[in-house]
Design a protein around this ligand. Structure first.
Ligand code: LMR
Length: 337
């Protein structure tokens, strides 16, 4: 069903609700929050937390309906749905804003840019992160917060440890030119694909491998169809929580304030649980006995890092050299090391 048709159907239900005796003042404001991952992931749990806090803080005047696992929309569709107002809230991965024209967000995809969550938070929770979110406003979107997932690992049906191992391997990526460049730097063959299609594509051999934090790998059951997971932590994957600007600015000010408070608390929660969820997921993969977890030696890690950090210079013009430099300054990243 097209997004337009779905929206028209949703609008068609409204007169019935009114005829049934509901008045505007009684009916709660509904926020449809669509996302593509499982419920038991950092994003899935944070979305549920936000729904619960929003109901509490607005005393039931707002109802957040969370739709996980691409139940409403897949990656590309969900951004279109937000812009036309068919859903009000999303938390797409930062790697998915390029097609909207906000290519600066792909800075977060640069391999090895952040060594840990502390370095990352200096950017996402500081002025650089804030100014990036503001770039969404001309596109009819307000960026409310950053939610963490974690650091990505490579997976495939063959061990991927050295750049040579990647030659000709078909790797699923998100829609980010930086990730395309990352895979090409390794000699792999990148293929953009919606998250909801990855399991099947791995199962049927449409692609050979992929990259994701362990929480996504495990909850999408990718360990059933991938023999090896390289514990590389070579890049970050996290989210921007975004709302339709017209909807947000049209909310009564007291409601908006309560929702901002709910978002601040849900963000603290999201960023507290993310690391443990990923640590637990990798343990669960190990215990499943289905995927072998490969640890890199310091020399292997150094070789991979050397190959992959070349992507920073290759993508600097597209993302903005000044933005990249300002992040290096914040985190202490040294491109020569
Ligand atoms: C992916 O497409 O791999 C991720 O962006 C999914 C997600 O939202 O974590």
């Amino acid at each position: 069903m097209t997004i337009l048709r779905r929206t028209l159907l949703q609008l068609a239900v409204l007169p019935c609700a009114l005829a049934a005796g509901l008045s505007w003042s009684q009916a709660p404001i509904v926020i449809k929050f669509s996302h593509v991952v499982a419920k038991n992931t950092p994003k899935g749990e944070a979305a549920e937390k936000f729904a619960q806090l929003a109901a509490e803080k607005t005393k039931g005047r707002v109802k957040v309906e969370v739709y996980p696992n691409s139940a409403l929309y897949k990656d590309k569709e969900e951004l279109e749905a937000l812009q036309i107002g068919a859903v009000q809230m999303l938390a797409p991965s930062l790697a998915k804003f390029g097609p909207l024209g906000a290519k600066e967000f792909e800075v977060y995809d640069l391999p090895y840019l952040f060594d840990n969550y502390d370095e990352l938070h200096r950017v996402t929770q500081g002025p650089i992160g804030k100014s990036l979110l503001q770039k969404l406003e001309p596109r009819g979107i307000i960026g409310l917060a950053y939610w963490d997932n974690g650091f990505k690992d490579f997976s495939a049906n063959k061990p991927l440890k050295k750049p040579d191992d990647f030659k000709g391997v078909k790797m699923r990526i998100q829609s980010s030119k930086v990730l395309d460049s990352e895979m090409r730097a390794l000699g792999a063959n990148p293929q953009v694909m919606a998250f909801s299609e990855v399991y099947q594509a791995l199962q049927t051999g449409v692609v050979d491998g992929t990259e994701n934090p362990p929480s996504n790998f495990y909850t999408q059951k990718m360990h059933e169809v991938q023999k090896y997971l390289t514990h590389s932590g070579h890049g970050y994957l996290g989210y921007a929580v975004i709302v339709n600007k017209k909807f947000w600015e049209g909310l009564p000010p007291d409601i908006r304030k309560s929702l901002e408070e709910a978002m601040a608390e849900a963000t603290t929660y999201a960023n507290q649980i993310a690391k443990k969820e990923n640590d637990d997921a990798i343990e669960a993969v190990r215990k499943s006995g289905k995927t072998q977890i490969l640890e890199l030696t310091p020399a292997e890690r150094a070789e991979l890092k050397k190959t992959l950090t070349r992507v920073h210079a290759m993508q600097a013009e597209r993302i903005g050299p000044e933005l990249i430099k300002s992040i290096y300054k914040e985190t202490g990243f040294d491109p020569a090391n």
